[in-house]
Design a protein around this ligand. Structure first.
Ligand SMILES: [Zn+2]
Length: 358
């Protein structure tokens, strides 16, 4: 697709209505109807490689599909739930940096303080998966990805109804006091293969195959994954993966940092609530890094240029943009050259209306 002279809105539209998107959306719907999808709760980090045939819920450090997503966690026609954290996660590092300190400011650190449970991805994935398993009848898998090569390290398998709880590290190591040396004394933990429910095999294979294809197609792939610097950051209430709906723009890793927000129960009048505040706190993470890292070489988010808000109602998307534009950090970011906020209404994976808000 030749996108050189298109506006951001036109690029999003062209991709969303491309033949490839049509094929992927159709395949996704078919898999959904056959009950073959997974629910993936993964870190917002743009570099993660996730299965396409899944519902995606993205939060910083995979802080867990919360009450807003209770319904999707209990769909009878999904295979299971995957909680995906990753090594070298910025959210977990932020948690470590604030340990024992007061967090006064509103924004990313406030979100991390209140929602991230551990400073280590093995612990964070196990804690979140076990917590999620207590709220669903579905099997839940705890996974940590190495985003440099897409490799997956399974940390736990849980199914409350069958009283299954397998994990790589014993419960006493899950307390915050334990040292990382205890967890990694034999290298990165990996759950024994015979304990991993086979229902998760197709999703694992999809990720492994795609990672291999990326590594084979680009010699510098691992290097390109060392710093998170996507052009787009997004707040979305759409559970269909962005890679399915925008396969050209977001087909490769490191192209989109995504925060999920459930707006199903929301009208434009009642958007001043805790879930919205949490989404804004998470969005503060890439935007503040972008501002801080201007003029540095090879720094996180320095080329992040588009804040894309998509929900099922145009008024809700517009209202979210208006609330965001009152924040000083958003004003500062919009002051940088070429930055823009795009809002859209998206229904069944397709853009119905799109506009530039700033
Ligand atoms: Zn992360």
């Amino acid at each position: 697709m030749d996108t050189e002279n298109l506006t951001t809105n036109q690029r999003l539209m062209a991709d969303n209505y491309s033949p490839l998107a049509a094929v992927k959306i159709e395949k996704w719907r078919q898999m959904r109807d056959e009950g073959k999808l997974f629910v993936v709760g993964a870190c917002s980090d743009a570099r993660l490689i996730l299965p396409e045939m899944a519902y995606h819920i993205r939060t910083i450090s995979a802080t867990g599909p919360r009450s807003a997503w209770h319904e999707v966690l209990n769909y009878s026609k999904v295979q299971g739930i995957v909680i995906m954290d990753h090594f070298d996660c910025g959210g977990l590092k932020a948690k470590e940096s604030i340990s024992g300190k007061e967090v006064a400011e509103e924004g990313a650190l406030e979100y991390v303080r209140d929602h991230v449970w551990a400073t280590d991805p093995v612990k964070q994935s196990i804690l979140t998966a076990s917590w999620t398993a207590s709220r669903t009848h579905l099997p839940v898998l705890a996974v940590v990805q190495d985003h440099h090569d897409g490799s997956l390290y399974i940390q736990g398998a849980f199914k409350n109804s069958d009283q299954i709880e397998y994990k790589t590290i014993p419960t006493y190591l899950l307390t915050e006091k334990e040292l990382k040396e205890d967890i990694y004394k034999n290298g990165r933990p990996q759950l024994r293969e015979e304990l991993v429910p086979s229902v998760f095999s197709p999703g694992r294979k999809e990720v492994t195959d795609r990672a291999l294809a990326l590594i084979n197609s680009s010699a510098g792939f691992a290097d390109s994954q060392s710093i998170q610097d996507p052009e787009f950051v997004s707040i979305t209430d759409e559970l269909k993966p962005a890679i399915v709906r925008f396969p050209h723009l977001f087909g490769n890793p490191n192209t989109l940092f995504q925060v999920s927000l459930s707006t199903r129960m929301l009208n434009e009048a009642d958007l001043d609530n805790k879930d919205v505040n949490d989404a804004f706190g998470q969005m503060h993470y890439p935007i503040s890094h972008c501002i801080e890292n201007q003029g540095q070489s090879f720094s996180a988010f320095q080329n992040t240029r588009v804040l894309y808000i998509e929900t099922a109602k145009m008024e809700v998307s517009r209202r979210l943009a208006t609330l965001l534009m009152r924040k000083s950090w958003v004003k500062d970011w919009l002051g940088l050259p070429g930055r823009e906020i795009v809002v859209a209404e998206i229904v069944a994976g397709r853009i119905q209306e799109i506009d530039r808000a700033a």
